[in-house]
Design a protein around this ligand. Structure first.
Ligand SMILES: *[C@@H]1O[C@H](CO)[C@@H](O)[C@H](O)[C@H]1NC(C)=O
Ligand SMILES: *[C@@H]1O[C@H](CO)[C@@H](O)[C@H](O)[C@H]1NC(C)=O
Length: 199
């Protein structure tokens, strides 16, 4: 009980210190701050190595489940998506804060279009799949929370959720791994440098 109280106070203290020292707003390519009520394409900064982020199955034989992948062609923007931060304040998306990332698209698969980290046994890697429900921060939804961080003059996605005090999640950058010719978003040491364009 004492521990629980202590944790609660630590959380309150920590929570308020974050609020008074807010991280920077994430900007789109026109210099506007990202907003919760708008859709964006996530595009690669480095040219000639794939296009925007989209959903696809992991092979040619199955339609579902869907994973987050990068378009093969640079000219393809992928699907529009939006962000739902754990603390919505004034509809602004900020760096280094926990967010749900949701493709604003309908699919034939039942899992939905929310980003969720899953462990792929054959690949022995954590990859980003579509699945789960938005909101409800905590242990059960740990895999659904991502962060946008500054990466040189652009951005990258990381997985390192802080929505559960007692959890010890794997933390890392999201980058692209190529499996059977498909450019899949996964936890890797080589982050994908991205920019955001309003859809
Ligand atoms: C998602 O798309 C629908 C239909 O185009 C649009 O009305 C809605 O505003 C979008 N949602 C967000 C959060 O951008
Ligand atoms: C899937 O199809 C593409 C293009 O038709 C091909 O290049 C690729 O090798 C195929 N992958 C598998 C796993 O069959």
């Amino acid at each position: 009980m004492k521990t629980a109280l202590f944790l609660a106070f630590t959380f309150l203290f920590f929570g308020s210190s974050i609020a008074s020292d807010e991280p920077e707003a994430v900007l789109d390519i026109s210099g506007q701050g990202l907003r919760t009520d708008a859709d964006y394409y996530v595009l690669p900064v480095v040219r000639g190595r794939g296009g925007g982020l989209t959903l696809d199955s992991a092979d040619n034989e199955t339609l579902c489940p869907l994973f987050v992948v990068q378009e093969q062609l640079e000219v393809d923007t992928g699907l529009p998506l939006y962000f739902s931060p754990v603390n919505v304040e004034q509809g602004v998306i900020r760096e280094s804060t926990d967010l749900n990332v949701i493709f604003n698209a309908s699919t034939l698969c039942i899992q939905g279009t929310l980003w969720s980290l899953v462990y792929d046994e054959p690949l022995q890697k954590f990859v980003v799949a579509a699945g789960g429900a938005a909101g409800n921060p905590g242990r059960e939804t740990l895999n659904n929370w991502f962060k946008i961080e500054k990466f040189d003059d652009d951005y990258k996605f990381i997985f390192c959720p802080a929505v559960c005090d007692t959890c010890r999640p794997v933390c890392g950058d999201l980058g692209v791994i190529i499996v059977n010719g498909i450019r899949r978003l996964a936890l890797t040491d080589d982050p994908l440098k991205v920019m955001f364009r309003r859809a």
